[in-house]
Design a protein around this ligand. Structure first.
Ligand SMILES: [Ca+2]
Length: 366
């Protein structure tokens, strides 16, 4: 089956490369460790099966992320139509989402900045915020170190208002769709993602990490002594210490993930980390990581044909780690309604799952 996936696009790519100019990427070879087996805590189960889920906002396209205002229970969600929507509590499948603001771009990761009563979000245009009283939109950062943000993917806000954001890849500067951009970054294999810190007091942004292979989810630890960031293409979650003797140093908190980590959410009650896994690591980008010349040919495919590069088959997977990076449980789901999970958070003893592909937020009673 994998061979079939790889051969068909390759044949088309040979044709395509003859009639169009290639995209400007220069793939390099990478050698990844074997994918860990689905055994032990990782053993498949049916905890995310569709029959156990409720679908919220079923008419809202591509809600990558959603976040609750813990004061009111209002749920905010980022959609692929350029709008941020909200649902007031009590949030049920019958609730009709309302429009909060049109961003002019494409909002991805969301984070509440409760002390300042604003919603901070990653947008294809850069780091942005919307005042929840006036609904006034603010563009906070569009470039760092003279380099434009290529694709702002996720955000985390500290109690003092400091914002940490991921700039997924330099390849996001064109007009390509998010999925195409991520596939190209993975096929290139170099890593152009950045972790950025924005200081609202000085309105300045600084780069904390470079060369991430699609920088994705970012989250602060419960007491904000460190943050975690997803180096998605390398199947790692990195830890950067912010306080204490180790401040400024980094290490690998979680290594050799079974899939590509998307959104990461810190549970405010116990400090554990919930990780949305976008896809297993057996897509074309991983299979072709040793053959950059083939990856360069495939990079000429139309965007929709690059999907197998990152999503070989539909699967739902959420991983739950303790604060030290130990896997404590995994939640799986398959079937015709399975979609890549791009965000996960818990509220009122329910898990809320966002997806870049498909409509609506899926809700699982725990
Ligand atoms: Ca993301």
């Amino acid at each position: 089956m994998r061979v079939a996936w790889a051969c068909l696009p390759l044949a088309v790519a040979v044709f395509v490369v003859l009639v169009r100019v290639d995209r400007q990427i220069e793939p390099v070879a990478n050698y990844w460790p074997p994918i860990p087996p689905l055994t032990g805590v990782l053993a498949p189960n049916n905890r995310l099966d569709p029959a156990k889920q409720e679908l919220l906002a079923s008419n809202i396209p591509g809600p990558e992320d959603c976040v609750h205002d813990l004061r009111t229970g209002t749920l905010y969600l980022s959609a692929s139509d350029g709008w941020i929507y909200f649902i007031e509590a009590p949030v049920t499948a019958a609730s009709a989402p309302k429009k909060l603001v049109y961003t002019g771009g494409r909002a991805l990761g969301l984070a509440m900045d409760t002390p300042r009563n604003q919603l901070v979000f990653a947008d294809k245009r850069g780091l942005m915020a919307v005042d929840l009283t006036t609904r006034q939109l603010h563009c906070l950062v569009t470039e760092v170190d003279g380099i434009p943000l290529g694709l702002t993917d996720d955000v985390a806000v500290a109690q003092d208002g400091t914002v940490y954001l991921t700039d997924a890849t330099r390849l996001g500067l064109g007009s390509e769709e998010v999925l195409t951009i991520s596939a190209l970054e993975l096929l290139e294999g170099r890593g152009s993602g950045r972790l950025v810190k924005y200081d609202p007091a000085t309105r300045t942004a600084t780069v904390l990490m470079r060369n991430l292979l699609f920088a994705n989810g970012v989250a602060l630890s419960k007491n904000e002594d460190f943050l975690v960031v997803g180096d998605m293409g390398r199947a790692q979650i990195l830890r950067l210490w912010l306080k204490g003797d180790r401040a400024g140093t980094r290490d690998v908190l979680i290594d050799n993930l079974v899939g590509m980590a998307d959104g990461i959410w810190t549970d405010p009650e116990d400090g554990t980390f919930w990780v949305a896994v976008f896809a297993f690591r057996d897509g074309m980008s991983q299979l072709l990581s040793k053959t950059p010349f083939v990856a360069k040919i495939l990079a000429n495919l139309p965007g929709w044909m690059l999907l197998p590069a990152i999503v070989p088959s539909p699967y739902n997977l959420v991983l739950h780690y303790d604060a030290s990076g130990r896997l404590v449980e995994s939640l799986h789901g398959t079937g015709q309604h399975a979609m890549p999970v791009t965000s996960v958070s818990r509220f009122d003893n329910k898990l809320f799952l966002g997806t870049l592909i498909g409509n609506g937020i899926r809700v699982l009673q725990l």
